[in-house]
Design a protein around this ligand. Structure first.
Ligand code: GTP
Length: 726
């Protein structure tokens, strides 16, 4: 007896997979789900149960027994097929033939599962020989031993691979409960299922997608690696001195060192201290940092967090810390503006310890450097510290390979065409190299360094501005140098067609709806969460409560918290860290909303802490309640108002659109702004209470706990409808 999947068995016995699974549980046979295979012995056990159950309905046995015999005659040509196939065919055919013959059928089925197909075949052979069917010898081609596929196959393709007619495959699918057309794409499961029916092995070929630039970012052998300069990003709160710090470093170190050199703004620059280089990314702020990271480019090795000594830790300081932590990038704190009389570096340190940045003097491992970006004081020290940290980090690359890296910025220059600043992250980039950058390609025509000088090559951690691309790439895009121009062009063009944006949208982001699936498949061990709330107290309460959620196998990691509306920067962080955002009494602003839609970031808005906790917890356990979607059902224009003592304000209205019902929710809209949302108290037509009033009719409405209705207001009625989860 061959193996069979649970759902097939259930289907053959007109019962649910669930019931079969629970029956198996009772028999102490462990199975995971309806796709699990059960062996012959288990089938027999189940058969025994089901036949026992249906004993009383043997009446139709005789009738149904004929059907399969006839069928088998027709299919005699398939004599060489394995047992499993035969079994499924049988049960399928039988189902089809007997329709709802019910219990008798099942009983017969159960028996048939126990009889030896071998005998049957013999019998059939005899039949065949005896009768010599007149039909042309439709000898089916041999089944292959194994078929291979990549990603999916259409029914027609699968049929061809199996040397079978597409109609036969369609029939099999139909018997398995799938209605398919000849051009239908079959997924891996379906292909395996059909192939197993024929006893044919299946092998999925995983193709390396040549157009995926990430695949070229391979590791080097240890002996090929050499020390490379660190790449540093400066972050901090508005006006704390990020730009001044970058300028200060550039002017003291670049201009002075390179006589006559004028620093070019190419998005990044390098300085040299005691013969060692440091690369600074010129766009300060964590937004750029995280946007790049969201696009897959992690270029920063070290973050310098600038905090003004006279101002202390501010919201964006915290954001910057969390962005750096989420990217796992070490932080050096530059306590700026120490020249100011009001400067209080101690306070900065004190405040930052709350965020885990404990100074070395206090037993921690965070380096603090007091600086004045304005006067230049402490800048040397800061640079030394950067070199120190980079030594600890052991930053290395292989200069002797074809260059790989990321785009820092790009633009279209009127005279020179597309211009891109590239950061070489590994290998060495040469003039003339065939290159693919994002979804653009070309040959490196000219290279200019941060001092505006033409260079012929650029090694690891070097920023260079290049020309020679066919189009303008985007910041954060990856670049890869290829062996020859033809390959570069092919891959570049293929990538262009793939529409990078569309591809990005498709990448599976985590959402509460899909969380359980991913947990189940072992794809996730940690759920990253960003918490935004209206007041600090709620942030803390919610964070603490989230961290207490205990579901086996998953940790909740709160990667960022903050007070105030959900911003684009939150969404970027969520997108880069595959996190979900919980908003407590706050809303995303317009930009954040848009960004969340394109980046497919799941934002959950709540007004009650335990509801937020409950939602996450049930999502982790795969028990999310049904989702409701608001549906606006009508609009009422307020044409008059009446004040009635003890009742309040009654709105005399006219239904201009749809309808309003007694139990719908209602929103009061004045000049386009929602000023109140609540429930209807009474709904009347003349003096009578009514359940609903339709378009074109007048009505009288009072709203629960709201009396400020004015003439000209629009009342919007809505209901909450349950929607199926995607
Ligand atoms: N006294 C003093 N003023 C400083 C120092 N560093 C920066 N400033 C001043 O602080 C102000 C803000 O400096 P920026 O460098 O523009 O700050 P930023 O962080 O880049 O600001 P955004 O780009 O707006 O986020 C400017 O007026 C600077 O002159 C410093 O070390 N000492």
């Amino acid at each position: 007896m061959s193996k069979i999947r649970i759902y097939e068995y259930a289907k053959a016995h007109h019962t649910s997979s669930k019931e079969v699974i629970s029956k198996l549980k009772q028999m102490n046979i462990e199975v995971s789900n309806h796709m699990s295979m059960i062996d012959g012995e288990t089938v027999s056990k189940l058969d025994a149960f089901y036949s026992g159950k249906k004993q009383h309905s043997d009446g139709k046995k005789q009738n149904v027994q004929k059907a399969p015999a006839k069928r088998e005659r027709n299919e005699k040509a398939e004599k060489a097929q394995p047992e499993g196939r035969e079994h499924h065919e049988k049960s399928g055919k039988q189902r089809q033939k007997n329709g709802n013959h019910g219990n008798g059928n099942m009983k017969k089925q159960a028996r048939e599962n126990n009889v030896k197909p071998f005998n049957k075949q013999k019998k059939n052979k005899k039949n065949k020989n005896a009768k010599q069917q007149p039909q042309p010898a439709q000898k089916k081609k041999e089944l292959p031993e194994k078929i291979t596929f990549t990603e999916s196959l259409t029914v027609a393709e699968l049929a061809k691979k199996l040397n079978r007619e597409p109609s036969e495959i369609i029939k099999k699918l139909f018997l398995l409960g799938v209605v398919a057309t000849i051009n239908q794409q079959l997924d891996k499961d379906a292909i395996e299922l059909i192939a197993s029916e024929y006893g044919v092995k299946v092998e999925e070929e995983v193709v390396i997608d040549q157009t995926d630039l990430e695949t070229y970012f391979t590791e080097d052998r240890e002996e090929d690696l050499e020390v490379r300069p660190p790449v540093v990003t400066i972050m901090g709160h508005v006006d704390h001195g990020k730009t001044t710090t970058l300028d200060s470093i550039r002017h003291t170190k670049v201009t002075a060192g390179e006589a006559g050199g004028i620093t070019q703004h190419i998005g990044a620059y390098q300085v040299k201290i005691d013969g060692k280089k440091i690369t600074f990314l010129d766009t300060p702020g964590h937004e750029a940092f995280t946007t790049m990271r969201a696009r897959g480019a992690q270029v920063t090795d070290i973050t310098v967090l600038v905090v003004a000594a006279d101002d202390g830790v501010k919201p964006q300081t915290v954001e910057a810390i969390n962005h750096a932590k989420a990217a796992d990038v070490p932080i050096i704190v530059a306590v700026n503006k120490i020249d100011k009389p009001t400067a209080n570096p101690e306070r900065v340190m004190q405040e930052l310890t709350e965020y885990g940045l404990i100074p070395e003097d206090w037993g921690g491992d965070t380096i603090y450097v007091p600086i004045s970006a304005l006067t230049g004081e402490g800048i040397d020290n800061l640079l030394e510290m950067i070199l120190l940290v980079s030594e600890v980090e052991e930053l290395k690359a292989n200069p002797n390979r074809r260059a790989l890296g990321s785009v820092i910025e790009a633009r279209l220059d009127k005279g020179r065409g597309p211009v891109a600043t590239l950061l070489v992250q590994n290998g060495t980039l040469h003039v003339g190299d065939p290159i693919v950058v994002g979804h653009t390609y070309g040959r490196v025509r000219a290279m200019v360094n941060d001092l505006g000088r033409r260079v012929k090559e650029a090694g690891p951690s070097t920023p260079v501005e290049i020309t020679g691309l066919n189009d303008v790439p985007e910041a954060g895009d990856r670049f890869v140098v290829f062996e020859d121009e033809k390959t570069a062009r092919q891959i570049g063009e293929a990538r262009k067609q793939q529409a990078v944006q569309a591809h990005r949208n498709e990448t599976a982001r985590i959402s509460l709806d899909t969380l359980f699936e991913q947990l189940k498949q072992g794809e996730m061990k940690e759920l990253n969460v960003i918490v935004k709330a209206d007041v600090q107290g709620s942030v803390e309460a919610l964070t603490a409560a989230l961290q207490k959620i205990d579901v086996e196998g998953v940790n909740i990691k709160v990667i960022h918290t903050g007070v105030g509306a959900i911003t684009e920067s939150d969404v970027a962080l969520a997108s880069a860290s595959n996190a979900i955002i919980i908003g407590f009494n706050v809303r995303p602003d317009a930009n954040a909303k848009r960004a969340a839609e394109t980046e497919k970031v799941d934002i959950r808005l709540h007004r009650i802490i335990y509801k937020a906790i409950e939602e996450i917890e049930s999502a982790m356990k795969g028990m999310l309640d049904p989702e409701y979607e608001e549906k606006i059902i009508g609009q009422v224009e307020v044409r008059q108002t009446f004040k009635v003592s003890r009742i309040g304000t009654i709105a005399g209205g006219y239904v201009t659109d749809g309808k309003i019902t007694r139990d719908s929710g209602v929103r009061v809209i004045r000049d386009g702004v929602v000023i109140y949302e609540g429930e209807i108290d009474t709904l009347k037509r003349f003096k009578d209470d009514v359940k609903e009033v339709n378009q074109g009719y007048e009505c009288g409405i009072t709203i629960k706990n709201f009396n400020d209705i004015k003439e000209g207001d629009v009342l919007e009625s809505f209901i909450m409808e349950e929607v199926e989860r995607a």
